[in-house]
Design a protein around this ligand. Structure first.
Ligand code: FMN
Length: 411
């Protein structure tokens, strides 16, 4: 199971829909979120693209040096830049980050925004552009390893002698992630993508989508991996988690919800339509399937659902999705720094994935907790250290019976 976090380049809230308790999203803050994700052992972070967020490439580049093993899932919108330039940017980022780039191909679902960026045409035509763009992008990067140029003469895009001289570290190119729920999106995923992403719909709907994508991919003689994009609200108890969900929208007024929903309604995104249909703009029926709460989507575009509960409940719900074929979870929660810690502390130990202590470069094994009376390690610290050592070295069982230890604290 791969678990990713999210870099909140379009703002971070404590209460949705208001500036109360909201956080200045400075470079320092984004760095804190990325460093937290890196040191907590998340596999990567997603950076969105669009006019409502800071630029994904620039932000991700600024975070390479602050992180060690974290991967960057950078959203790229085909058609906005020339495919050859985009391929070269990907190669450079992959080289400079030591092979830590992943690409999220996003066609985009808001015609008003697209036209403001100079992309005109129907939903179908935008997918045609994406299809041509990715064909060129893949061929240019593939040929960096073998030599050769790319000629392409499509309906929308044309290049002659396209090439990049410097190959990406990941061959033939960094993996391609992709989300979209329309038929055109599923065709494109099946033909060209490596990982299909869905926003957090209820398990039955996700199962149906996975089936559609698998069947369509089989026709192209291909297989894909699957991922899901969800928010999380994890607390020590289920009651506390539901209270936190209520608090997140406690300052949100009906007028703001109506304005947000009107904006989403003008979009031609099938995925956005499916997200909005989960709650219909109503705040009284937000638990759309057990522990899946649609409150975020009352005002946030795109990913609008959260898994809500204590660690065990959320881990169990994630395993339900995993059983359907999902191997990658791209998560976020408010505020992003605190929730990254809460999720890692409550849920990571319950998931079938390597723990932080087993990752390269992590060799700290305690003591855990503030030293007591300048001499004693806190109760349970020894057991925790033993557990970490055990996971790191894959030997010796954790000491279940470790006593309050009188060992003099190490400096
Ligand atoms: C996980 C995920 C992340 C996405 N990220 C972005 C993004 O950063 N920017 C954007 O404009 N669209 C984003 N999208 C939207 C898709 O690119 C696409 O426009 C949308 O799903 C509508 O396509 P559809 O009509 O095929 O459903 C994302 C979709 C998914 C599933």
């Amino acid at each position: 199971m791969n678990v990713f976090w999210f870099v909140p380049t379009h703002g971070d809230s404590r209460y949705l829909g208001t500036a109360e308790g909201a956080r200045l999203v400075s470079h320092d803050y984004l760095k804190q979120v990325a460093v937290a994700a890196d040191t907590l052992g998340y596999d990567g972070v997603l950076l969105p693209t669009g006019r409502s967020c800071e630029d994904a490439w620039v932000t991700a580049s600024s975070l390479i040096d602050a992180t060690r093993q974290l991967k960057f899932l950078v959203a790229v919108r085909p058609g906005l830049t020339a495919p050859t330039l985009s391929a070269r940017m990907a190669a450079t980022f992959d080289r400079l980050s030591g092979g830590r780039l992943l690409i999220n191909v996003v066609t985009g679902g808001d015609p008003v925004e697209q036209e403001s960026d100079g992309i005109f045409g129907t939903h179908k035509e935008r997918y045609e552009i994406s299809d041509e763009f990715i064909k060129i992008w893949r061929e240019v990067l593939s040929k960096t390893h073998t030599g050769g140029e790319t000629d392409f003469d499509g309906k929308h895009l044309r290049v002659k002698g396209a090439k990049a001289l410097y190959p990406p570290i990941q061959a033939p190119y960094p993996p391609l992630y992709f989300g979209g729920s329309s038929d055109e999106a599923i065709d494109l995923a099946a033909e060209q993508m490596d990982v299909y992403l869905t926003w957090g719909e209820p398990p039955a709907a996700v199962a149906e989508k996975i089936k559609r994508v698998r069947e369509r991919a089989a026709k192209a003689g291909r297989t894909l991996r699957f991922g899901i994009r969800l928010h999380v609200i994890v607390r020590e108890t289920n009651e506390a988690a539901w209270r936190a969900a209520d608090e997140l929208i406690s300052r949100l007024d009906d007028e703001t919800i109506a304005k947000a929903q009107a904006n989403f309604a003008r979009m031609d995104s099938e995925g956005q339509r499916r997200m909005a249909a989960l709650h219909g703009g109503r705040r009284d029926k937000l638990e759309v399937s057990p522990n899946l709460w649609a409150g975020v989507g009352l005002v946030r575009g795109g990913a609008g659902t959260a898994l809500v509960g204590d660690g065990e409940t959320v881990a169990a719900r994630m395993k339900e999705y995993a059983d359907l074929g999902i191997d990658t979870f791209i998560l976020s929660g408010y505020p992003h720094l605190e929730e990254s810690y809460r999720f890692a502390e409550h849920v990571f130990p319950l998931l079938p994935r390597p723990q932080k202590a087993t990752l390269p470069g992590f060799n700290l094994t305690g003591p855990f907790g503030e030293i007591v009376g300048n001499t004693l390690v806190p109760k349970g610290s020894e057991a925790k250290s033993a557990e970490v050592k055990c996971k790191a070295k894959a030997k010796a069982k954790p000491k279940a019976d470790a006593k309050h230890d009188l060992r003099v604290a190490e400096s």
